[in-house]
Design a protein around this ligand. Structure first.
Ligand code: FE2
Length: 394
């Protein structure tokens, strides 16, 4: 995934001589997943992509500062309380983490340096603002509502627009892909999938940047390293293959409905190692005459559920203090559901003609518990856990 793409100049066959205008040979770089037994792309660099001149360790918190969610509580974090600053890579404020995924919030206006995450794929959800994503594969213009999926090992940088950008950064320990059940055996999106190839925006390019002694921050499981490359990595004249970054906008997700309330798997957008990403989008409400158009109390026994409220009015959480920019964590071991009075209000709303919901939210369900990062503890609403015990909505 996603699907075959070719950009810039490539020779007629793989692994044959491809000459530069000066008579020398372009340098191949095969980026391949799963030991070259899965998707790959073949890039052609003007200079050697192997030439490094320096390697320096860079301080990184990693998962330092994270603590278990103990004693067990549902959590509410207000991202609006987190300070802006830095760039879209090094300015990330760690909210939640386990061995499978790190989830951070970032609000930044400065351009990032060159960055390569070799610990896993990333999905960066743009909450507000816009940014240009530049990479060895070319450029993606990212806007509000985009998930930008960055394959492991992609050298890239983020250039926010003047007004800055806020985003949720989801860093996996493996690959982030469309759910397997949405795809044919050969990888084409099936008709029942809530999005398809036409909704994915690949990089435009190539960039053909020039420069010498160019630093690249590399994340591995060992931490951060600053490698200095002899030549700018964005010296690719062309590439082809099925491995590259792409953007998918949440507004292009086609909601799936039932007459009565549909469970979260209908909202699934991506899958990662031991987690899923779901998109809750504006849609008609459940339409059975006796429908309760709101989630039922539920216990996702194998998962912690993290929900990022990014738009609209979220009926089920009325009276809890939750608004746009809020993040909730409903952990395994805790049954959660609508706040008191929300079910009755939703039923009454349906009778009064409220037949649609404008809610937009990004959910991450992890199959192992999430620890709390420093930013989650700093911006937590300590009253949230007790809101179901109140008598009604406020
Ligand atoms: Fe839930």
């Amino acid at each position: 995934m996603p699907y075959y793409r070719v950009t810039g100049e490539v020779p007629r066959k793989r692994h044959i001589r491809f000459h530069r205008p000066d008579g020398g040979l372009y340098s191949e770089e095969l980026m391949g997943e799963e030991g070259f037994s899965s998707d790959s792309s073949l890039l052609y660099h003007t200079h050697l992509p192997t030439a490094i001149t320096k390697s320096e360790g860079v301080a990184d918190g990693g998962q330092a500062g994270t603590v278990p969610n103990h004693p067990l509580l549902p959590r509410h974090v207000r991202t609006t309380a987190l300070a802006a600053g830095g760039d879209l890579v090094l300015g990330r404020a760690l909210l939640f983490a386990n061995d499978d995924v790190r989830i951070s919030f970032v609000s930044a206006a400065a351009p990032s340096g060159l960055y390569r995450n070799s610990a896993g794929d990333e999905a960066v959800y743009i909450q507000q603002g816009s940014a240009v994503f530049e990479s060895v594969y070319g450029t993606i213009t990212a806007r509000s509502g985009d998930y930008v999926v960055v394959p492991r090992g992609t050298i890239h940088r983020w250039l926010p627009a003047d007004a800055g950008v806020s985003a949720l950064a989801i860093e996996a320990s493996g690959h982030i892909r469309p759910p397997r059940r949405y795809l044919s055996a050969a990888g084409q999106f099936l008709e029942h999938a809530p999005y398809s190839e036409r909704d994915l925006r690949g990089p435009e390019g190539p960039l053909l940047a020039d420069g010498q002694d160019v630093p690249v921050i590399v994340r591995t499981r060992g931490g951060l390293t600053r490698l200095t490359y002899a030549h700018h990595p964005f010296d690719v004249v062309g590439w082809d293959g099925c491995l590259y970054p792409y953007a998918f906008n949440i507004a292009d997700f086609e909601p799936v409905l039932k007459r009565t309330h549909a469970p979260p798997p209908v909202h699934q957008t991506f899958e990662g190692p031991n987690f899923v990403i779901c998109s809750f989008c504006p849609r008609p409400l459940d339409f059975d005459p006796e429908a309760v158009p709101i989630p039922y109390n539920h216990h996702n026994v194998d998962s912690d559920e993290m929900m990022f409220y990014v738009g609209g009015d979220y009926t089920a959480r009325k009276g809890s203090g939750i608004g746009v920019g809020s993040i909730t964590l409903h952990p395994a071991g805790f049954t959660h559901g609508p706040q008191p009075g929300a079910v009755e209000a939703a039923v009454a709303g349906l009778a009064e003609g409220k037949t649609t919901t404008d809610e937009t939210a990004v959910m991450i369900d992890t199959f192992r518990p999430l620890n709390l990062g420093p930013a989650a503890r700093q911006a937590e609403d300590p009253e949230y856990a007790w809101t179901w015990a109140r008598s009604g909505p406020s």
